[in-house]
Ligand binder design. Structure first.
Ligand SMILES: [Zn+2]
Length: 114
């Protein structure tokens, strides 16, 4: 999946995430994505929110509870994956900025002749 990424791919969740990475979470769960668009709230978690189209579909039997649970699990994993990824990027940029500030500080000292 990721060349040189060094990610552990031996857990079932990660294997599924790999599939999600290729197709996108939205394309794998197109039905749920379409339903979410009809929820009253845009950031609906399909949990306790009123006017939730996903829960309505589950009640009427159009959507299986298992499928929603599966979707949630993958969504959580995708988020966790993104968070880890962001954290790595943040640390990288902090390091770069840190070097930059060191450089600026050195230049200032040099300019001041001290
Ligand atoms: Zn909803």
């Amino acid at each position: 999946m990721l060349a040189g990424g060094g990610l552990l791919l031996d857990t079932p969740g990660m294997r599924e995430l790999q599939l999600v990475d290729e197709n996108g979470l939205d394309s794998v769960f197109e039905d749920i994505t379409e339903l979410s668009a009809r929820c009253r709230f845009r950031d609906c978690h399909h949990d306790t929110e009123p006017g939730c189209a996903v829960k309505e579909a589950m009640k009427s039997g159009d959507l299986s509870a298992d499928r929603l649970e599966h979707y949630r699990k993958l969504e959580r994993e995708a988020q966790a994956y993104e968070l880890r990824h962001d954290e790595k990027l943040r640390r990288q940029s902090e390091r770069v900025w840190g070097q930059f500030y060191d450089e600026v500080a050195r230049l200032r000292r040099w300019k001041g002749g001290k």
